[in-house]
Write a protein that binds this ligand. Structure first.
Ligand code: HAM
Length: 417
């Protein structure tokens, strides 16, 4: 067969085409999730897909930096595709200083990571997320977790679990164990705790110089517990951290209940910009995290020079759709108008215009199909009504309407449509 070879007919590796049924499923997610964010007063933003490489690389961490799509433009500028929206939002706020704080923004858009594609891991994917900028209170933490929980529920993932931790708690623990110098490698190991067996997680730490007995101790100390126990646990590490979590638990209990939350000391997350609370969200049996987020109190200062506390989350939209089994949404045509020849064309377009202005989708026969062929076609694309305007109908000022759902046929005067 001639034409392009198969691999060129498909999108580039790790990317996908969104044909109408998949696109409308995505659009449904967008509508549902946007409604949640809007209902909390968040307002939508969009930023360029292309960013200054220097901005992207500032606080991403080596693992993410390795995944940036990097290139030079024709003028030699170092650019890259955004790997998330937190960084572009922080950059935009670094010059939009007149936007009143706290800022409540959300997004539903594409991000890019040059990762090894596999199930649930793409190179181009959608993130829905919010950023709450300008507050450091436990109420701000609770609000972001509340929006996350409501977003997951609204999308159909009612059996979500959000695992929460705090980087300050991990740092205190490392300090107490005299292991602060090994922070990076210990974080890297903990980040793998949900994915790898004990031996391998310990091995990541020992290969980075952490003594074996301490590596095992860290593994065992970073266990999971009900969120209600977190405050007591954290108070032992740091008084004020414990007090912050006591309040957070109280606020969350009042807003969503605590059923969907756990405290898990192994959650540290891969991105370098986090400074406080961090969390990952899971939905039902789906293995990979469907969302994640946390507090990044130093990131804005890196861009604007002004200390600005902030936190947010992002949901991986394709993963969430997979987790709730939303793949296709069919969007049938409302009306298909069939005419036999040009004589009825002015009448056909007039009827179409009327129906379109009433909000219906209408297609008019292009003049190549017999009535039988047109009928077969509209059954395939999904259509509610077939309108036929033949000679007889034209003379009498009526149209013939076939209701394909109810399998009925009737006539209607054109002026009553
Ligand atoms: P993240 O955990 O890197 O966080 O990404 C958020 C979510 O995007 C993940 O939980 C996952 O569902 C999805 N995701 C990540 N990588 C891929 C991939 N290669 N293919 C498909 N889905 C993926 C962030 O991006 C932070 N900016 C979140 C945040 C907002 N933190 C504070 N504010």
């Amino acid at each position: 067969m001639s034409g392009l070879p198969d691999h060129l007919r498909r999108p580039p590796r790790g990317m996908r085409d969104w044909l109408p049924p998949q696109f409308y499923a995505l659009k449904h997610m967008e509508d549902v999730l946007s409604r949640v964010a809007e209902s909390f007063g968040y307002r939508r933003v969009e930023m360029p897909v292309v960013e200054h490489f220097e901005v992207l690389a500032k606080k991403a961490g080596q693992e993410v930096i390795n995944e940036i799509y990097y290139f030079k433009d024709k003028a030699g500028r170092d650019l890259g595709l955004r790997f998330d929206m937190t960084v572009p939002v922080a950059r935009a706020l670094s010059y939009s200083l007149d936007v009143p704080r706290p800022v409540r923004w959300y997004y539903f858009t594409k991000v890019f990571r040059y990762d090894e594609p596999q199930h649930g891991r793409y190179r181009e994917f959608y993130q829905f997320g919010i950023e709450l900028v300008g507050s450091s209170t436990p109420r701000a933490d609770a609000e972001v977790l509340h929006v996350l929980a409501d977003s997951l529920s609204a999308a159909g993932a009612v059996d979500y679990v959000v695992k929460i931790n705090d980087r300050r708690a991990v740092d205190k623990m490392l300090e107490a164990l005299g292991l602060s110098a090994y922070r990076d490698v210990i974080y890297r190991a903990l980040d793998k705790k949900l994915k790898l067996p004990r031996e391998e997680v310990v091995a990541v730490m020992t290969s980075g110089g952490v003594p074996r007995d301490k590596a095992e101790k860290i593994y065992d100390m970073t266990s999971e517990m009900p969120l209600q126990e977190a405050a007591d646990h954290l108070t032992r590490l740091d008084q004020s951290l414990g007090a912050h979590y006591a309040k957070l638990v109280k606020y969350l209990d009042a807003s969503t209940g605590l059923g969907g939350f756990r405290f898990d000391m192994s959650i540290v997350r891969g991105l370098d910009y986090y400074t406080g609370i961090v969390f990952e969200a899971f939905a039902g049996e789906y293995k990979l995290a469907v969302g994640g987020g946390g507090r990044y109190d130093d990131l804005l200062e890196l861009y604007s020079g002004i200390k600005t506390p902030a936190l947010g989350f992002a949901i991986g939209v394709e993963r969430l759709m997979e987790a709730v089994g939303l793949h296709n949404v069919e969007k049938p045509l409302d009306y298909y108008i069939y005419i036999f020849d040009d004589e009825a064309y002015p009448q056909a377009v007039a009827v179409a215009k009327k129906l379109r202005s009433a909000g219906f989708s209408v297609a008019v026969e292009l003049g190549e199909k017999s009535l039988k062929e047109a009928f077969e076609y509209i059954l395939k694309i999904g259509t509610r009504y077939l309108i036929i305007i033949g000679k007889k109908e034209l003379e009498r000022g009526v149209v013939k309407i076939r209701d394909l759902q109810k399998r009925e046929e009737y006539e209607k005067p054109i002026n009553e449509l």
